[in-house]
Structure formats: C-alpha cells, structure tokens
Write a protein that binds this ligand. Structure first.
Ligand code: MG
Length: 404
C-alpha cells in the first residue's frame, strides 16, 4: 500500500517566532542575526523578503538595500521551545513523526488519515492549529514519499498546502527545475545545466550509465530523483538518543587556546549535564570546528569508558583540539557525546567513581536552582575566570544543536 507522508515546514521560522514574541516587530521587515558581532542574516520576515532581503545576506548589505530593516539577535531557546511544542501538535495526528530540523517535520499518516477525514484535511488542520497556537504560517506538502512531500511544500510556499498524488507526479516533475528537488543543490544543479539537463523530466529520462559516468554512485540516485522516487521511512525518535551535542557560533572569532579552552569547558558542561539529566553515558567525544572562512570539520575520539563527566569530556575534547593545528581563527565550536548507553543506575557508596557521580549530581541540582556554574571544580576556576564573555548568566545566542 502506498504511504502518505506530510512535510510541515514553518515559513520564515526564526523571524516569525521573534515577531510573535514582540508585537512591535509584527508587519515589519526584520532580519534575525546570530549575535551583535555577527553579521549574517539567518532568517528574514516576509516583509523583509518582499524588499529583497535573503537568508545569508550580510547585515550591511541588508541595511543598504532596506534601511528600515530591524535586526534582531536570535534566541535559540525560543526556537527549540517552539519546536518541541510543535511536536506535541503533530503527535495528535500520528505517532510516526520525524522532526527533521528545527522547523520541519515529516509525519507518516498512512494508518491514521482516515480518522481525520483524509490527508488534505490533516494538512489544513495542522496549518490552522499552528497559526492559532504560535501565530506562524506553515507550508504543508503531502505525497507518497518524503522527496515529493518536500517538493510539494517548497513549491506551495508561503503559507501553502499542496498534495502531489502518484498520478500527478510525472506532470509536476516534467518542467520542474532540477534544483527544486531536495538534495540537488546549486552545485549539482549547475553541473546538470551544463549538460543541458534543466528539468526533472529530462533527468528522469537520462541513462543511468551517463549519469554514473559524471556523478559516480549518486548518478543512479539522481535518475530516480528525477522520476520522483524517494524514501518514505519516517524515522521516529528512538528510545535512546544517538548523540548529545551543543555547538555555538562564538561572539567573535578566536584563535587563542585559552579562549578556546574556556568555550570548550562551557560546551562540555552543557553536554555532560544533559547526559546526566537523561541518564545517558557516552564513549565517543567529537569536536566540530568552523573556521572564519566557514571551512568546517569534525574530529572524534573514543574514550575507554562510558561517561557523563564534564572533565573527561572536556579533557578529551581539548586533547583532540591540541592535535589539530588551527589554521585560522575559529568561528564556531561544538562538542558532541555519542556511543550512548543508558546509565544502569547501580551505585556502590564504596566506589570512588560512584561517589564522584553522586557529587556531580548534587552539583547539578544546585546549578539547576541557582544558575549554571554556581558551583564548579576549583581546578577549572582559572579557565572560567579567563572566559570573560561567559558569565554565570550566559545564555547561548549562537547556533545550538540539541539531540535530546
Ligand atoms: Mg522553513
């Protein structure tokens, strides 16, 4: 039986959330930026978009183009909160929900659509509820796989609702530019164009051998994509998260090791605390580094134990960074703990390790109550003192990814 998949995608998500939180921003062109030292627009309101403001534009360029634009410093807590609240709405329609990104989710409604009067009815209901609860417009795409559901949503934006049936798919795809497809970026789109392939219809009719000779193993997949063939498995959140990670765009680019240590300590603590909160121990520590030039890379190291100890995570992360010779100032740092397993919770008071765990958990409860880093380890005071920009009242204003 064919599947029925819905993609719900918020329009101008960060900007819409900011406008909801601050009524004086409603109806006005706003651009959301990372922090006051950051210059790239990460989201623009409808009003700003209408004036030519685009995501990724420099704020000075935006000011020149649209002097009345209001720049708002983004607040990730608002977005992650809204994202988890949205998931509660989705769960009313199906248990099979994949929160794909902060503002997009796939819902498999194959087995539940009949309870709500059909797929289009669910799409319309979702839009209405999201608008009523959060004041945000969502674009909803429906089809029998994720590729086409995403396409349906994208081409119906803004505030759209579109269903692409199996019968309609070939005619929708025939003249559709290839780079409208999810997964075909401008890079591949341009290469295809140079070969004279501009539409999905053409792409779907190309020979596999030809595409493979130009694109390697993805050649075959490209042909399928042109034909609208895509995955329909909606990945439900597993009982155990795969990783716990935090990353942040720094208030300014840094290269000094002491500054880097301070930020890594902060990130390690955030990751470790989250592990402790969910009783998850990890055995792999990864560090992500983005240079000023946006070159980004990840390095990881397996530790010989499962842990949620801040210091072990911190020491491992710093060990990784010391091996890398930083080539440029750093723009973003991230720490992730993976290879997770649940803490069995067995405790022996005679075991040194467990005593330390108990102590850490008591520290967490004090810090939960009185703010981060109210109590900490003396050995890290010096690094923390050096931190300057991060006070106990610090809140992430940069990018932050949270897997649990
Ligand atoms: Mg969106």
């Amino acid at each position: 039986m064919p599947k029925t998949i819905i993609l719900v995608d918020m329009d101008a998500f960060f900007a819409s959330v900011e406008q909801q939180c601050n009524p004086s921003l409603r109806g006005r062109p706003i651009g959301v930026i990372g922090s006051d030292k950051r210059t790239v627009i990460t989201a623009a309101s409808y009003e700003a978009k209408a004036l030519g403001i685009k995501t990724g534009m420099n704020k000075f360029e935006a000011k020149r183009l649209c002097p009345e634009i209001i720049l708002v410093i983004g607040n990730n807590r608002k977005y992650t909160h809204t994202c988890s609240e949205l998931a509660k709405i989705y769960a009313r329609y199906t248990p099979d929900v994949e929160v794909y990104s902060i503002d997009e989710a796939f819902l498999d409604i194959t087995d539940t659509q009949h309870l709500f009067g059909g797929a289009m009815e669910i799409g319309a209901q979702l839009k209405k509820e999201i608008k009523k609860t959060f004041g945000i417009n969502a674009s909803v795409g429906i089809s029998h796989n994720k590729l086409l559901a995403k396409l349906a949503s994208d081409i119906s934006k803004p505030d759209g609702l579109r269903y692409i049936s199996m019968e309609d798919a070939p005619s929708v795809l025939e003249d559709m530019p290839t780079d409208k497809l999810w997964g075909i970026g401008r890079g591949i789109g341009n290469r295809l164009k140079l070969m004279g392939i501009t539409t999905c219809g053409q792409l779907g009719r190309m020979s596999e051998t030809f595409l493979r000779s130009h694109f390697g193993i993805i050649g075959e997949r490209l042909k399928e994509m042109g034909q609208g063939i895509g995955s329909f498995s909606v990945l439900k959140e597993t009982a155990i998260a795969k990783s716990i990670g935090h990353s942040m765009t720094l208030p300014k680019d840094i290269i000094n090791m002491r500054d880097i240590e301070a930020h890594i300590l902060k990130l390690s603590e955030m990751v470790a605390r989250r592990g402790r909160l969910y009783n998850l121990l990890g055995e792999v520590v990864s560090v992500v580094i983005r240079y000023k030039s946006f070159k980004t890379f990840t390095r990881q190291k397996k530790i010989n134990t499962h842990t949620y100890d801040t210091h072990i995570i911190y020491d491992t992360a710093i060990g990784i960074i010391k091996v890398i010779r930083l080539a440029e100032p750093v723009r973003l740092l991230g720490v992730t703990l993976s290879g997770l397993r649940e803490d069995s919770g067995q405790m022996s008071i005679f075991n040194e390790c467990n005593k330390k765990d108990a102590l850490i958990k008591s520290m967490d409860s004090i810090n939960d109550k009185y703010g981060e880093f109210t109590v900490s380890w003396a050995s890290y005071l010096d690094i923390r003192r050096h931190l300057g920009v991060i006070s106990p009242a610090w809140r992430p204003s940069g990018l932050r990814r949270t897997d649990v």
